[in-house]
Design a binder for this molecule. Structure first.
Ligand code: GTP
Ligand code: MG
Length: 222
């Protein structure tokens, strides 16, 4: 194990304190429009850094490895509609996989992330995506994110944009390259995600309304 991995592990801290309050907070914000988004991907790809920059506007170069699961809220305004996204940050380390799976079962959106400077994190995406396909609900919005785009210059890039796009297409996922450090593409992808989630949410509401009407009709004819 590398020194940096050891450092990341030893300085890990449990960040599950928010989890129990999810229901209460969801009710306070808006019961209809709080949508659950889960971040997946290998340890070190930048999930926590992305969520932190997205929600608090700053990047910390000294982020420690996530232990367990935690979430932060992000509000996105689309025209006159406000969408509240609950961004669930999962631990990429192997030993937390069983905990993580429980959370993406009921996700409205799943963002799988890899590091464009680290090929193994891209190879691992197939495994993450397969697990997602097995466990996700119908209609869950999928995105694939190639992070650390700020390191793309020189010889650091190990995964090309084309490879990322191709893999995303294979899994019917929307593809972006981004940087949790500079914030590149962050707003764009969060806005697109919020729009897709809102549209999906509206479709599900319409479907359940139709289903209710159907049931009423059926019971009348009996
Ligand atoms: P786990 O919690 O272990 O699953 O890892 P993670 O995916 O949450 O990664 P984390 O956000 O902790 O970032 C890992 C390391 O990569 C940290 O040292 C970050 O500072 C760095 N990092 C994250 N995103 C970027 C980025 O966009 N660019 C650069 N240059 N470094 C980044
Ligand atoms: Mg993390």
């Amino acid at each position: 194990m590398s020194n940096s991995s050891k450092r990341r592990q030893s300085s890990s801290r449990v960040r599950c304190e928010n989890v129990e309050q999810t229901q209460i907070q969801s009710r306070i914000v808006s019961p209809q429009r709080v949508l659950k988004v889960v971040f997946l991907g290998n340890s070190g790809v930048g999930k926590s850094s992305f969520i932190q920059h997205c929600c608090s506007g700053h990047f910390s170069g000294t982020m420690t490895a996530t232990v367990g699961i935690d979430y932060q809220m992000k509000t996105v305004t689309l025209g006159s509609t406000t969408i509240v996204l609950q961004l669930w940050d999962t631990a990429g380390q192997e030993r937390f996989r069983s905990i993580t799976q429980q959370y993406y079962r009921k996700a409205d959106g799943i963002l799988t992330m890899y590091d464009i400077t680290h090929s193994p994190s891209f190879t691992a995406v197939r495994g993450w995506m397969d697990a997602v396909q097995e466990n996700k609900c119908e209609g869950t919005v999928l995105m694939l994110l190639g992070n650390k785009l700020d390191l793309a210059d020189g010889h650091s890039r190990k995964v090309s944009t084309k490879e990322g796009q191709r893999l995303a297409e294979q899994h019917q996922a929307v593809f972006y390259e981004c940087s949790a450090k500079t914030g590149h593409n962050m707003e764009e992808l969060m806005t697109q995600l919020a729009g897709m989630l809102a549209a999906q949410h509206d479709r599900q509401c319409e479907d359940s309304l139709l289903l209710t009407e159907d049931t009423t009709k059926t019971s009348c004819c009996r």
